[in-house]
Write a protein that binds this ligand. Structure first.
Ligand code: CDP
Ligand code: MG
Length: 185
């Protein structure tokens, strides 16, 4: 049940000076940082992290958001998703990202809870997106920019394994004991 998850502090978190604030939230839960670095990715790499298979998924989610917001469109999920994907690649390459691998019991699920809902307007107060990101994905898409929701966290264990292998070489990940180990054994 000890899992590893990939967390990315996206360009908006770095540019807004929220790196320390966000990392502190993970540290205080007792999650172990086993890898950490700053990288400025290009579009070729960004597309590996956000492959084109994401297009219909984000398109459908955003169409549902727009419906809830009363925004009418004749765009299909594929068309809207293609625009979102393009904006997302722009956004994730416009400044450096802080990438880290966190380890802990049920880490993937616990981290998703700390991060909050994808669209910050639905993220609970106390979550990172709920506390620091005053937008919605539906709004960002309507205005034609990538949804600045501060952070990425792997969605499930399989996604985490794939993403960690993409972002980190084995030698960049460390095994060490922390004070929290005694409390989770
Ligand atoms: O990041 P998360 O796993 O919560 O959400 P996702 O559905 O996997 O979407 C990936 C990313 O696409 C989001 O985190 C947003 O940065 C971006 N997105 C966007 O820019 N505009 C949208 N309308 C929907 C998603
Ligand atoms: Mg996701």
């Amino acid at each position: 049940m000890i899992e590893r998850s990939l967390v990315l502090l996206k360009p908006d978190a770095v540019q807004r000076g929220l790196i320390g604030e966000i990392i502190a939230r993970f540290e205080r839960t007792g999650l172990k940082i086993v890898g950490l670095k700053m990288v400025w990715i290009n579009k070729d790499f960004a597309i590996k992290h956000y492959p084109e298979t994401l297009i219909p998924i984000v398109g459908k989610k955003t169409l549902d958001d727009w419906k809830e917001m009363g925004i009418e469109t004749d765009k299909t999920a594929e068309q809207l998703g293609a625009q979102i994907h393009k904006d997302l690649l722009e956004f994730t390459t416009e400044a450096p990202i802080v990438a880290m691998v966190l380890e802990g019991v049920h880490a993937v699920l616990i981290i998703r809870k700390i991060v909050g809902h994808t669209s910050p307007h639905k993220a609970e107060p106390g979550t990172i997106r709920g506390d620091y990101s005053p937008i919605s994905m539906g709004y960002a898409t309507q205005r034609g920019f990538g949804g600045r929701n501060l952070i990425h966290a792997s969605g499930n264990v399989k996604e985490a394994e794939h993403e960690i292998a993409l972002w980190f070489k084995p030698g960049e990940l460390f095994k060490y004991s922390s004070v929290h180990d005694a409390h989770v054994q």
